[in-house]
Ligand binder design. Structure first.
Ligand code: CP
Length: 330
């Protein structure tokens, strides 16, 4: 495996095979499988779970890893091409990324969306430019439009909860957040659920439709796996019979790159609470990739209650990534 960039690059059976490897590693451990292997982890954006779970994954397989991030007193990095570097940045990623690759057998990179132009972010232009610099296999640890290791963990979580693909209703809901957040998790989540064959509903306020390119891709995945995809702004109708409510905030696509404070002012009631689930299945699960703002995105009653599977999702990050690393490096 030369790259783990988009779960949709893999056929459904290939994803299932990766998850089979994850379950095998969970059961048998394999503490020497990656002995002597080194993983470079470049974080151009913040993280808790991704950083810790990749480091733990490498350690559990007998390999090692090193983390490079702006918080580690590195030279300020420039990512733009063709700029005169007479400002704060002392080093360009064009030199930094190949140097990191020369110390490692694979590299993971996280770089959130610049949120300047929607098309650039939907096409993942900055991330594509970054990975062109890689001289070893790479893993997308969240780019402008993709978060494949989160989606792999979420697929594993759904399997463990015995929530089926075809026939189960999966609702991805926008939630309130004071800041404009990236599109990577919602775009990857809607694709994952569609690829898994679920009946997917995107629930969101009027100015928060996902980009058409994201919906087209998910629609094609749903068609080939026996699932379906629809969008609505009607909460109770969306959640009727739902097996899963996956909450996430994301940027407005009609006001992309703008300050959305005014737009969001009237949307504070998009905070998930039990009343949302009146018509859902009694065993409907609540999912979120974390980090999450309590009382803003979701009420404590949900997050601390029996519906919540957010810690299982977080834990499965490590096992899913161990499978990816094993496939890439063993
Ligand atoms: N879900 C996720 O990627 O978490 P972190 O941002 O903490 O890595």
């Amino acid at each position: 495996m030369k790259a783990f960039n988009d779960l949709a690059d893999f056929r459904r059976e290939e994803v299932q095979a990766l998850l089979e490897t994850a379950r095998w590693l969970e059961a048998t451990r394999q503490p020497r499988a990656l002995e002597g292997k080194v993983l470079a982890l470049l974080f151009l954006s913040p993280s808790l779970r991704t950083q810790a779970s990749f480091q733990a994954a490498m350690a559990r397989l007998g390999g090692s890893s090193f983390v490079i991030s702006p918080q580690h007193n590195i030279h300020k990095l420039e990512t733009r091409r063709g700029v005169i570097m007479d400002g704060d940045a002392a080093e360009h990623v064009s030199e930094a990324v190949p140097a990191l690759c020369s110390y490692a057998d694979a590299i993971g990179i996280r770089a959130f969306a610049p949120r300047r132009h929607l098309d650039d972010d939907v096409e993942d232009r900055d991330f594509r430019a970054l990975v062109e610099l890689c001289t070893v296999p790479y893993i997308n640890m969240e780019s402008a439009i993709l978060h494949p290791t989160q989606s792999l963990a979420d697929w594993k979580t759904l399997d463990e909860l015995s929530i089926p693909g075809p026939g189960a209703k999966f609702v991805l809901s926008w939630a309130y957040h004071p800041k404009e957040l990236p599109l990577a998790v919602p775009a990857s989540t809607v694709a994952m659920a569609a690829q898994r064959g679920m009946d997917v509903t995107v629930l969101r306020p009027p100015d928060f439709a996902l980009p058409e390119r994201v919906m087209e891709k998910a629609r094609a995945l749903a068609e080939s796996s026996g699932g379906s995809l629809r969008e609505t702004t009607e909460r109770l109708e969306a959640l009727e019979g739902a097996s899963v409510l996956y909450a996430k905030s994301w940027s407005s696509t009609t006001h992309y790159g703008e300050d959305e404070r005014e737009l969001r002012r009237g949307l504070t009631d998009w905070c998930v609470e039990e009343s949302w689930l009146a018509n859902a299945r009694p065993d409907c699960r609540f999912m979120h990739c974390l980090p999450v703002r309590r009382g803003v995105v979701v009420r404590d009653e949900i997050l601390d209650g029996p519906r919540s599977v957010v810690q299982l999702q977080a834990r499965n990050r490590m096992w899913g990534q161990m499978a990816v690393l094993h496939r890439m490096l063993a």
